[in-house]
Design a protein. Structure first.
Length: 692
């Protein structure tokens, strides 16, 4: 298989290199990087890529600041002080790799399941995120990681309802006459979808934002429905109730292309708007009007995002909303239906990339990344298996991003836990490493990307040579495999070869090379005549697969674990949406972006602030039984009464007490998909006798 040559520029002659944004965002932008004398001078959106259209978010437009950051880790580092101290000594690659391989070999000789990989979407690339690393850990026989921390509840809901992570094509939102933006701050987290929504708005469409927080997106919509956290399924069921009683239904579509209608109808009729209004904490007339708009406006489209599924009943909530387009026949129109994720439409050859056959019949245990706080502190037992003795972290920062982070810190602080972190910077997690291995950024390596917000494949070419001694993730695992003595030929595949393997012949690689992206061939209205990828080929209101697991086959409203009004000690519900200028914990150390964000904030409604003697810009303590953290108060109507918004995710070391909002979030898991319940969290807030 031929390899792909990296671009080379003549001295002083500007070179433009096509690439892809690697970050966890539905947009997966196509990039162009300008390089002069081997130095990247500018990163822009590719104007030839229709979804990017030359536009980047504020974060990625500053990508050179990240790659050339003065605090980049550019040589392997070995811990020289106590865990968490951030004290390290530079070492050579050979020394680091030899010692790591020896330590892992010793642990694996006793039980390879005592070794745990920990990764997520620090890069969304198929090569640097899920290729050589998976081969390495499969050959080793390490524990498997259940990668749940962001999207698995909603993903499971889509699979159980539509049959896969599929939906309408994002570009056709521009033609909709009604758009429900549900659980998404699109301006901050889905900018290019927002451009399509704005186009629809200019053409007369009504935009409705459904979100507990009055986001920047809500500011720009015609209506904001500020429901309580965790009540989305109740709202969806009440909408169904109104569709039924007013007969705003497409009976033909229901009869031909759905499964379980009678059961869903019976359940929905138990949810009149009055009941939902009480549960959701919104006016009953708002529900009635939304139902009328949705039932009588064509085409109508729903853009979901993952905020709504971070509660106990998050999977059921996504299932309930996903049923709505089939009730009205919205799927008949290319500008109708819904979109949460399009990633299931890509013909990815994951088995080729990841080589699960290297397990050779072994069936290692699976550890959920969302319960890492408990699992690192768990002793060996027959039910759990061996105690975790080694963790290899890459593309993630669990000490900052995992819930109940006080326990996460305790786990990573174990002196007997061998920890290797592949990183660009000294993150909170890197401070607890025994070795930090310098990884390349997106400007320095090959990769290929799918998207969960559109249906284009995007190729990333390296624009510059790796800085310092940095190596790509795939190269690091290739080198570790060699030091471990792994001889399977798959460990010799270079990064360019892995790019080709990701899609095989299903995607025209010559087209990817020539223009940087390739569009999947699919119908404009993929489910106009049903043909869902579910077992029945229908939209499954009733899931026999869920019923077989002993779960409810129909979607329902499940109240939060921590139900508002149930605790006098912790009366406020808290959600922790991302700060606009960060992406999870990425970009927190880019000074220009951190300066815009200012400081860790808790948004609190004026009524709740007044009742607690809290002034704007003062310091407050946010706490519950799990812990507490201090931050600055923003007294703002962006928070609804009774709900506070802990804006995240700041690095702990940049917080007032060396903590962040995840000090008080929970390790409890969702109804479907085993995902975390970040937004299912009760707290109290008190003024601190300090001023900002």
């Amino acid at each position: 298989m031929p390899t792909i040559s990296a671009p080379v520029s003549a001295d002083s002659a500007p070179l433009v290199v096509r690439g892809a944004c690697p970050h966890d965002c539905p947009d997966t932008c196509a990039l162009i990087t300008t390089v002069v004398d081997g130095v990247a001078t500018r990163v822009q959106g590719n104007p030839e890529h229709a979804h990017t259209d030359g536009v980047l978010c504020a974060k990625v437009s500053r990508y050179t600041e990240r790659s050339y950051h003065p605090e980049r880790v550019l040589t392997p580092l070995k811990r020289s002080g106590p865990k968490g101290s951030g004290q390290f000594t530079p070492v050579s690659w050979d020394e680091a790799l030899a010692d790591i391989a020896q330590r892992l070999t010793t642990i694996a000789a006793h039980d390879p399941e005592a070794i745990l990989p920990y990764s997520y979407a620090g890069t969304m690339g198929m090569v640097q995120g899920e290729s050589m690393d998976r081969r390495f850990f499969a050959q080793l026989g390490a524990s498997l990681l259940d990668r749940t921390i962001c999207a698995s509840a909603g993903a499971e809901a889509l699979v159980q309802t539509l049959g896969g992570k599929v939906g309408m094509k994002v570009e056709f939102f521009a033609e909709a006459q009604l758009i429900l933006i549900w659980g998404s701050n699109s301006i901050g987290s889905n900018l290019h979808f927002w451009r399509y929504a704005q186009q629809a708005k200019r053409n007369g469409a009504k935009l409705v934002c459904i979100d507990p927080r009055k986001t920047e997106t809500a500011d720009k919509c015609h209506e904001h429905i500020a429901l309580r956290p965790g009540t989305d399924a109740a709202l969806a069921l009440a909408l169904m109730h109104e569709l039924i009683v007013h007969d705003w239904l497409d009976h033909d579509y229901i009869a031909r292309h759905t499964l379980g209608w009678e059961g869903l109808r019976e359940r929905a009729l138990q949810w009149p708007p009055e009941r939902a209004a009480e549960v959701c904490g919104i006016p009953v007339e708002q529900i009635r009007q939304l139902a009328k708009d949705y039932g009588t406006t064509k085409p109508a489209a729903i853009r979901l995002n993952y905020g709504m599924q971070r509660v106990r009943g998050g999977g059921n909530a996504v299932r309930a909303v996903t049923c709505l387009p089939a009730l009205t026949g919205a799927w008949r129109h290319r500008a109708g239906g819904m979109l949460l994720s399009s990633s299931g439409q890509y013909p990815v050859q994951r088995a080729v990339l990841q080589r699960p056959d290297l397990l050779a019949g072994r069936r290692p245990r699976t550890i959920n990344m969302s319960t890492i706080g408990d699992d690192l502190l768990r002793p060996a037992s027959p039910s759990f298996g061996p105690q975790v003795q080694a963790v290899v972290v890459y593309n993630s920062n669990p000490v900052a991003v995992a819930p109940d982070s006080g326990k996460v810190v305790q786990g990573f602080a174990r002196e007997d836990l061998f920890t290797v972190v592949l990183e660009h910077f000294h993150t909170d997690t890197a401070d607890y490493a025994d070795y930090i291995l310098p990884a390349t950024t997106q400007l320095e390596h090959w990769d290929v990307h799918l998207s969960y917000g559109h249906t284009d494949v995007v190729l990333n070419r390296p624009a510059i040579a790796p800085l310092g001694d940095a190596r790509s993730n795939a190269q690091i695992f290739r080198d570790l495999a060699a030091h471990m003595g792994y001889t399977d030929p798959c460990f010799a595949d270079d990064d360019a070869t892995l790019c080709r393997q990701a899609f095989g012949d299903a995607v025209d690689f010559a087209l990817l090379e020539s223009q940087g992206f390739a569009t999947l061939a699919m119908p404009d209205a993929p489910f106009a005549e049903g043909q869902f990828p579910s077992p029945s080929g229908k939209c499954e209101f009733y899931s026999a697969r869920l019923a077989a697991q002993g779960l409810d086959g129909l979607p329902d409203h499940l109240p939060n674990y921590e139900l508002q009004g149930s605790s006098a000690q912790y009366p406020l519900a808290m959600i922790s949406p991302p700060a606009r200028n960060f992406l999870n914990s990425t970009f927190v150390n880019v000074k220009t972006l951190r300066d815009i964000e200012g400081r860790p904030l808790l948004e609190i409604h004026p009524d709740d602030a007044e009742a607690r003697g809290i002034a704007n810009d003062s310091i407050v303590r946010v706490f519950n039984a799990r812990g507490s953290y201090r931050c600055h108060a923003s007294v703002s109507r962006r928070a609804r009464p009774g709900v506070v918004n802990g804006m995240g995710i700041w690095w702990r070391k940049l917080g007032l007490d060396g903590t962040n909002v995840n000090e008080i979030t929970s390790q409890a898991l969702t109804d479907l998909g085993r995902a975390p319940t970040f937004y299912d969290c009760l707290v109290e807030v008190e003024a601190v006798n300090e001023t900002a």
